[in-house]
Design a protein. Structure first.
Length: 119
């Protein structure tokens, strides 16, 4: 059954750190999404994310404008059912106020969509 993966403490910390430092909490105007874009040298991390969140999407590698990167995206059930339960616990104001503000703004902007998805 899909849902939040069982991550050990190290994996939870790794996920939290990566998303605090490099993640984007936003949306496309219709639905919320968490996006992670990093250089192709971090390919193993993207595959690790994809294994733990199989309903998320991995795009790339992209090579344009002198940049070489992958993009990982969680939206829909992958975000609301699988990733958000972890983010609700780990992206806190005490841990990182700026990341929490970005995450909270996404949750507020897309509150109706998130509520519908949770039903």
């Amino acid at each position: 059954m899909p849902g939040a993966p069982q991550l050990d403490d190290f994996e939870r910390g790794l996920l939290t750190g990566i998303l605090i430092g490099e993640g984007s909490f936003g949306g496309d105007g219709k639905q919320p999404q968490v996006t992670l874009r990093m250089h192709v040298r971090h390919e193993a991390i993207f595959h690790w994310l994809q294994e733990r969140f199989p309903r998320s999407r991995l795009y790339g590698p992209y090579h344009h404008g002198g940049r070489h990167y992958y993009q990982w995206m969680a939206r829909g059930p992958a975000l609301v059912e699988d990733l958000m339960p972890l983010l609700d616990e780990t992206i806190t104001p005490e841990r990182d106020a700026h990341a929490h503000e970005r995450y909270a703004a996404m949750c507020e902007r897309y509150a109706d969509v998130i509520a519908r998805q949770r039903r």
